[in-house]
Design a protein around this ligand. Sequence first.
Ligand code: HGY
Ligand code: MN
Ligand code: MN
Length: 412
Amino acid sequence: MHALYQKINTERIVWRIEELAKCSVTKKGVTRFSFSKENEMAHELVAQWMRDAGMTVRRDGLNNIIGRYEGKWPDAPALLIGSHLDSIIEAGKYDGVLGVIAGIEVVQTLYENGMRPNNPMEVIGFCDEEGARFHTTLLGSRAMAGNLREEELFAKDGNGTTLAEAMKEFGLDPLQYNTVARNPKTILGYLELHIEQGPILEQMNQPCGVVSGIAGQSRYKFRVEGLTGHAGTVPLSLRKDALVGTAEMIQTIERLALQYESLVATVGKIAIFPGASNVIPGLVEGTLDVRSVDDGTRMTALNRIFEECEHIAKRRGLICEFTKVMESPAVICSSRFIDVISSVLKEYKMKSVQLVSGAGHDAMALASITDIGMIFVRCKNGLSHHPDEFVAAEDIKIGTSVLLDVALKLTS
Ligand code: HGY
Ligand code: MN
Ligand code: MN
């Protein structure tokens, strides 16, 4: 445990998390979409705290916010420490935010104690990891990894605003999106502290754990088209009811997913058209999210889902279309980072619990250009993507201190 453990200012971390939680369009939980007023408020606060921590601050072409703390070797590759500042709808306070605020605290602790690592450190607040607005997840981190596709600039939000238009409103030139890509030679690696968003660390009574890998994910949108009709006059046997057909498909998706140990599948969003109580639904639009640590399992399950949904559609006289929104293979964390994190956890007398993350993170985007490492922090009842998400101050302190020690071991 580094001598700086006592210098970590937990009150300041907790206060900053609370301040960011106020940057929300909803009172219930936190709702902070990318390229929104609330996101801008959060970025202004984070920029100030980065400056208070002795960092120079810039924003890149996708509105990722980046603080840099110079090391003794200014031209050496930088250690990136980050997470995301956007949220889902009615989220908790810690998802993403904890990793950014803890990263700032690591640098501020070094700065306030006159310490300089050999390598520079950069703290990054990614603009859009959740994809809650445009369904374009890992937007800022995939752009930084050079993997954003131009067609994604035309993804639309619920109001029909494209990503490109939202970027322009922020004074950004969408066509410059590819200037965000980082040269891998300038990066030592990427480290992310994140709440576990699951129950394992709590069950094992461990404040922190080390992530061994992140599940791959496929995100699709779908349309099921039938025939609108009068709810009072069309006999059931003659209907092409898009909603009843979708309901059968959703149950089939669950039945298929249950056949694969490591797989999860979720229909998280559906919209029914025309959406009147006395009209047979003629169209349903929705989303499908399928994940597994094993890419082969995920692809096999996806193909079976498409096949069975096609059979249901045919039998009911419906048209069913799935369109891929994004796909990210499972990633393995760097063994070097896993070893360093595990050794620090042992110094803290913790078991070095290794976990696979079912949740996606910006680290999976950065994995395509640099070594990645993730530290999980216990969260109450494993609850996340929920307003009651909670992390104890003591675990925040331990997690931030582990992050500090790991960062120093990697840059000294
Ligand atoms: O969906 C996820 O896995 C993450 O919260 N973006
Ligand atoms: Mn999340
Ligand atoms: Mn997250």
